[in-house]
Design a protein around this ligand. Sequence first.
Ligand SMILES: NC(=O)c1ccc[n+]([C@@H]2O[C@H](COP(=O)([O-])OP(=O)(O)OC[C@H]3O[C@@H](n4cnc5c(N)ncnc54)[C@H](O)[C@@H]3O)[C@@H](O)[C@H]2O)c1
Length: 251
Amino acid sequence: MTEVLKDRVAVVTGAGQGIGRSIAERFAKEGAHVAVVDINEELTNETTKIITDAGGSAIAVVCDVSSREAVNAAAAKTVEQFGPISILVSNAGVTRPAMLWKMTDEQFDLVHDVHVKGSFYWLQAVTPAMREARAGNIIFTTSGAGLIGSVGQINYSVAKAGLLGMTRSAARELAPYNIVVNAVAPAAATPMTETIRTDERFKEKYLEGIPMNRWAEPDEIAGTYVYLAGPDCSYLTGQCLSVDGGRTMVR
Ligand SMILES: NC(=O)c1ccc[n+]([C@@H]2O[C@H](COP(=O)([O-])OP(=O)(O)OC[C@H]3O[C@@H](n4cnc5c(N)ncnc54)[C@H](O)[C@@H]3O)[C@@H](O)[C@H]2O)c1
């Protein structure tokens, strides 16, 4: 098997479980050195062990992405261990659902800080070295909620739409340095989607909206990130790929 990410240094945030874990595992299988970044120490160690037990290269980096100091320290630890970062996957995420008339400032701010500020801090942490190298692949995990909205998740929709703006602006600013910036809007069976997948009030209705009429396994999402992080993605930038069974296709 060809290792399309051989010896690349990749940061994957939110890699403790779900989609991030699948991405980290796939990147390592493709030959990358992976910084497994997550706020949850136990999950961070678990993902790292899965990768290293399989013969891959990874380090566990516990980090709350909503703290600039923590992000800078995590980036420094990665560089010290593996060298300059050439792939960033900003994927860490949380939800705090509530109808807009009940949503608190705390719910709004937490979701904004993790998704938007966390991605921005990482973007600023990795781009100086990428600009110097005149190479780099940056991928943000957005959501269908950022494209078509979502009931009971106005905070999350705003944050994910914000990441689309970040993708496009960063793509424009970094294109002269040969750095590509893209986004993925996934839909997968992970702990984050457990309620809408299992609660009788939501599950049928949600599935009806997915033309493929099923949820993806996180592994089905990870391949898109391999493409966006790899050598074949040299001329695609500022785009969002929806890996969602057709849920958000133009109707
Ligand atoms: N699963 C889906 O269908 C779906 C749909 C659209 C978008 N997404 C997005 O995909 C990404 C991954 O989601 P998932 O479904 O794998 O979720 P998940 O809840 O399974 O995993 C999210 C991970 O992020 C980590 N995390 C949370 N806050 C953090 C912080 N402050 N700092 C560092 N790590 C933190 C968690 O510990 C967890 O390991 C998220 O950005 C999510 O919004 C998921």
